[in-house]
Write a protein that binds this ligand. Structure first.
Ligand code: NAP
Length: 457
């Protein structure tokens, strides 16, 4: 073949970047990559999911920037798959397409009162404080003394920590200005983080829980009696170093107790919300039920209600029970797991059980919302390996493709206002310039229109 392979990547989060990096690192055949993102900005959850006070996690941006500046990579921001760019376009313009669109929504609790004002998903709250254009106007009220966070994964930990932080701790981060302002006026004093199972089953990781012993304005409150394990949980610790260490840290936090700081983060276990109560103006209480653990046939420890209830007064509840993928136009979708059905990244037609030619998936859309940012590297590399293997098998039998400029022409013709690599560099430089004046890594543009306006030199 006398031209590079042409690959489209839909979604420029971590999985998209690791896929692009693996593709352009490959010389025989060389690959040219077009990356598309629905938002004007690239980087997905690295920009809009990573907590603002964890800037070091954003060090991966150095690698992503290198990929973005590669001579065979082009970026098309503000282009929505299914609207500006259709499945048929991808088939015509590209040899292969990798979908890395993540898991953009969240799971619900399925309890009464979940739609009351003050009941939000942690994923929305995270996107709000990170200045995600779709969530700038989210109805967040911190005019309450208590917040309940449901779930004990790292997202729950992030939202609890942001609510517990002082303005001094946050003002040097890239948190959205409107969020900082609202947090500065917050009346929240008690944050209850609820695990439906026990401390041995918590999904958070060691450094994340350890941070609660070092917050400027908040004490961690852990009840020793809720750290007592049943024999099965105790046995499970033998093979789980992270859970063992989590328990050790929780015991240290329990032993430290209150030191008189103005806020408190309560970690509570074996509790599930069963109803959110309130009125037209919003929620006021959460009714919770104590659980016990019982092993299923496979040995998995499930939680079951015991019929013992208590009530927590709270004006806000953040459900942090996992992200969830959405169906993509023209692609198969597994409703149960919220992923695109695939084998090692090759998208599978659900009727025939066979791979759909030239269509791949990577990241959370492929395996579900698990793992840290780095997990997406191995995941994307696996997908790319399948794609390249298929390309080698196809040999020289590639169809003629229109020239690269056809993508620009098509998008222009549809009225899309694309953000190019040069545009993005300008936006990023302006954000960093604004940040430098305030001793912050960047001050983000939070509305899509602001970003588009900043593209014009
Ligand atoms: P997660 O780690 O899967 O945690 C979800 C939590 O929700 C679990 O505690 C789960 O409990 C609970 N849950 C699920 N359904 C529930 C229900 N109906 N009622 C009550 N609790 C329920 O998910 P995540 O926190 O959204 O994080 C997603 C991924 O991003 C994870 O891999 C995480 O490590 C990663 N992440 C990493 C960082 C970091 O490195 N700092 C930060 C943020 C996110 P069960 O165990 O009982 O199901």
């Amino acid at each position: 073949m006398d031209r590079p392979l042409r690959v489209a990547i839909i979604g420029s989060g971590p999985a998209g970047f690791y896929a692009a990096g693996a593709l352009v690192a490959q010389e025989d055949p060389p690959v040219s990559v077009d990356m598309f993102d629905r938002l004007p900005a690239p980087y997905g959850l690295v920009r809009y999911g990573v907590a603002p006070d964890h800037e070091n996690i954003r060090n991966v941006l150095r690698i992503y920037r290198k990929t973005l500046s590669h001579e065979r990579v082009r970026f098309f921001g503000n282009v929505e798959y299914g609207r500006d760019l259709k499945y048929q376009d991808l088939l015509e313009l590209y040899d292969y397409t990798v979908f890395s669109t993540g898991a953009p929504t969240d799971r619900s609790l399925g309890v009464p009162g979940e739609d009351l004002r003050g009941s939000l998903s942690a994923t929305e709250f995270v996107a709000w404080y990170n200045g995600h254009p779709d969530f700038v106007d989210l109805d967040v009220s911190l005019d309450t003394e208590a917040v309940v966070v449901v779930g004990v994964g790292n997202v729950a930990i992030d939202v609890a920590r942001i609510l517990a932080r002082s303005v001094d701790e946050l003002k040097t981060t890239d948190i959205a200005d409107y969020a900082l302002e609202k947090l500065a006026g917050s009346r929240v004093r008690d944050i209850y983080v609820l695990g439906r199972r026990g401390p041995a089953q918590a999904k958070f990781t060691n450094p994340e829980i350890r941070e609660f012993g070092k917050l400027q304005e908040a004490d961690a409150v852990v009840r020793m009696d809720e750290l007592v394990l049943d024999p099965l949980s105790e046995a499970s610790l033998e093979e789980d170093r992270v859970a063992r260490k989590n328990l050790e840290i929780l015991k240290e936090l329990a032993a430290t107790g209150l030191t008189g700081k103005p806020k408190r983060v309560h970690f509570r276990f074996l509790l599930s919300p069963v109803e959110i109560l309130g009125d037209d103006s919003g929620m006021t209480e959460v009714r919770i039920e104590r659980n016990e653990l019982r092993a299923s046939e496979s040995g998995y420890l499930n939680s079951y209600g015991t019929g013992e209830f208590e009530t927590l007064k709270a004006g806000m509840i953040l459900r942090s029970v996992g992200y969830r993928g959405l169906p993509l136009p023209e692609l198969p979708y597994d409703k149960r797991s919220g992923i695109v059905p695939n084998r090692q990244g090759r998208v599978i037609d659900t009727d025939s059980g066979q791979p759909i030619a030239r269509i791949y998936v990577a990241g959370w859309a492929k395996r579900g919302p698990t793992g840290v940012i780095g997990t997406n590297k191995a995941d994307a590399v696996e997908t790319v390996a399948c794609l390249l293997e298929d390309a080698r098998e196809a040999g020289r039998g590639f169809a003629e493709r229109p020239d690269l400029e056809e993508t620009d022409r098509l998008l222009y013709g549809r009225g899309a206002h694309c953000v190019s690599y040069d545009d993005w560099c300008r936006i990023e430089a302006l954000e960093e310039e604004r940040g430098a004046k305030e001793g912050r890594p960047r001050v983000k543009f939070v509305r899509a229109e602001e970003m588009l306006a900043a593209c014009t030199p």
